[in-house]
Design a protein. Structure first.
Length: 129
């Protein structure tokens, strides 16, 4: 059974990250500070560690993609996926209509014989979709 990840309020994230950063010096490391804070805020250790790491990247203290960069990357990947699906649909439609054009021109020995177009598909649209 798969579980959906919890959605945390941004204020909870910010407060938890601040608590970790405040305790880094007394704990001696970020890992130990995360271990101290995570039960108090009822957040998993790894989740809190990732929040702190991302906060450090966003603040410019650590190299890596910022939250804005990651959001833009997600948006672009989604757009690329949609455009690929659109292109595939258009490709199939053009194949279908190229075959229909051969039939409309009156191929004598049957569709696809007179029209030697490699994309000609003289069948039903349901066959290619």
């Amino acid at each position: 059974m798969l579980f959906m990840p919890k959605k945390f309020d941004p204020e909870v994230k910010d407060r938890a990250v601040r608590m970790v950063l405040d305790r880094v010096e007394e704990a001696g490391s970020v890992t130990k500070a995360v271990a101290l804070v995570s039960p108090k805020v009822d957040v998993g250790r790894e989740t809190l560690r990732r929040w702190v790491s991302q906060h450090r990247v966003d603040a410019g203290l650590k190299d890596g993609p910022t939250s804005d960069d990651l959001a833009e990357l997600r948006r672009l990947r989604s757009e690329v996926k949609r455009l690929r699906e659109d292109n595939e649909l258009l490709r199939k439609a053009s194949i279908f209509f190229a075959g229909a054009a051969c039939v409309a021109r009156g191929a004598k020995d049957g569709p696809g014989v007179y029209c030697r177009d490699k994309y000609a598909y003289p069948g039903n649209v349901r066959d290619i979709l």
